[in-house]
Design a protein around this ligand. Structure first.
Ligand code: PNS
Length: 165
């Protein structure tokens, strides 16, 4: 039996930001493999399709082998169990993240006590970074090039022509 420590890093990733990348890098210090799991939820409005989000993450990870990218739907803990993961990673920025994360972690523990929630603090530089604030700025042509990996920046420029000007 393999002793590989696998963690799931779930999220919407609409799109991936440098804050997410920072969390992935930190998770790799602890786990042998990190599966970045994009929530596939067609009823939730998103800028990018789940296939586009997966592709952007793969390109941004540049073939980094301990990182796998996948989509999931349904219960996160079910997906984690199927992947033989022992932990779920979530990034923490500010106190405002806490309440929702706490609630989610306790629900996940109730559903499967064998899967631990691990919270990683993002680097200070990314404390104010979120996918939604980046989309908001990009939509109106705001320069967000230092907040997302290059493949994401290129896709945002395709979606928002104002970013090119
Ligand atoms: O990036 P997000 O939108 O904050 O990620 C939220 C996500 C995908 C981690 C969360 O919505 C989730 O786990 N959804 C799957 C459904 C589930 O398992 N819900 C029960 C736990 S509350």
């Amino acid at each position: 039996m393999s002793n590989k420590k696998i963690a799931i890093y779930p999220g919407s990733f609409d799109p991936l930001t440098n804050g997410h990348v920072d969390v992935i890098e930190r998770a790799l210090e602890i786990f042998d493999e990190v599966i970045v799991a994009v929530l596939h939820n067609p009823s939730k409005k998103s800028l990018f399709s789940s296939a586009e989000r997966v592709e952007m993450i793969k390109q941004s990870m540049n073939g980094l082998t301990p990182v796998k990218v996948d989509t999931f739907d349904g219960l996160l803990v079910e997906y984690a169990r199927m992947k033989k993961a022992t932990a779920v990673i979530r990034g923490m920025r500010a106190i405002s993240d806490f309440e929702n994360e706490f609630q989610m972690a306790l629900m996940n523990r109730k559903l499967n006590k064998d899967i631990q929630s691990v919270f990683l603090m993002t680097g200070l530089r990314w404390i104010f970074t979120s996918s939604s604030i980046i989309k908001e700025a990009a939509q109106f042509g705001g320069d967000i090039s230092d907040m997302v990996p290059e493949p994401v920046h290129l896709k945002l420029m395709e979606k928002f022509p104002k970013l090119n000007s």
